[in-house]
Design a protein around this ligand. Structure first.
Ligand SMILES: Cc1cc2nc3c(=O)[nH]c(=O)nc-3n(C[C@H](O)[C@H](O)[C@H](O)COP(=O)(O)O)c2cc1C
Length: 211
């Protein structure tokens, strides 16, 4: 198939569905934030990645809803300039999904999903105790692609603290993927486990015959 997406401006959801079914598997950020008046919020975002190592920066991208309103997480990080990203792992997928309903801003998804809020070290939003990895971030920048339905805003956050449960560490002090059990988002309503893996060392100068 071939699709000229410029002809699909009115059918952006078709392009979204097509592209998210091949841009996969995507890691899932469970973003904890608070509003200006201190209300807690949790929501999953699979447009998520680390985009700078020095300084360490992550991004996630809340889209405008179909009624052209911005999501609570976007409003919160704009207002308070802080957020926490918890990694979505097998043990919390159902609870993560519970948080993805568009609840009104006054609803605290910690309560809805049965998550335990744990005080962060540096930022005000709470860590999610049920996730083995929580990353504290301060807002670095927001890049907006408009304010019409489906328009994304990329939120960049500088990592200021990382919490990893010692029980998921390997001997080399990095996270053991067998213990992390991260979950990825595929297209449609499909998710992936991270249990089928292989190693592929990067090529050296000798392998490439360069020089
Ligand atoms: C696994 C998963 C990943 C999601 N990823 C995104 C995303 O990257 N961007 C987005 O705008 N919405 C995403 N959503 C939908 C939001 O989680 C949903 O709109 C949520 O209600 C937003 O909550 P908030 O208004 O409290 O921020 C995702 C939902 C699920 C279940």
């Amino acid at each position: 198939m071939y699709l000229d997406t410029r002809e699909f401006a009115d059918n952006w959801r078709d392009v979204y569905r097509l592209c998210t079914a091949f841009i996969q598997p995507r890691p899932i950020a469970l973003v904890s934030s608070i509003s200006a008046d201190g209300r807690r919020n949790v929501a999953p975002y699979s447009f998520y990645n680390m985009v700078s190592a020095n300084p360490p920066v992550v991004m996630f991208a809340p889209s405008y809803r179909r009624d052209a309103t911005g999501k609570d997480t976007l409003h919160n990080v704009e207002a308070t300039k802080e957020f926490v990203v918890a990694t979505v792992t097998e043990n919390i997928t159902e609870q993560m999904n519970d948080c993805s309903f568009d609840y009104p801003p006054e609803i605290d998804e910690f309560g809805i999903a049965g998550f335990t809020p744990k005080p962060a070290s540096i930022v005000k939003p709470a860590l999610i105790a049920e996730s083995p990895v929580n990353v504290e971030c301060v807002l670095e920048d927001i890049k907006r692609f408009g304010d019409t339905p489906g328009a994304g805003s990329v939120v960049f956050g500088r990592i200021v603290a990382v919490h990893v449960d010692d029980r998921i560490l390997a001997d080399d002090k990095l996270v053991d993927p067998n213990k992390l059990k991260a979950v990825g988002r595929m297209g449609r309503s499909t998710y992936a486990r991270t249990t089928d893996r292989f190693d592929l060392p990067r090529p050296t100068a000798r392998d490439t015959n360069v020089g």
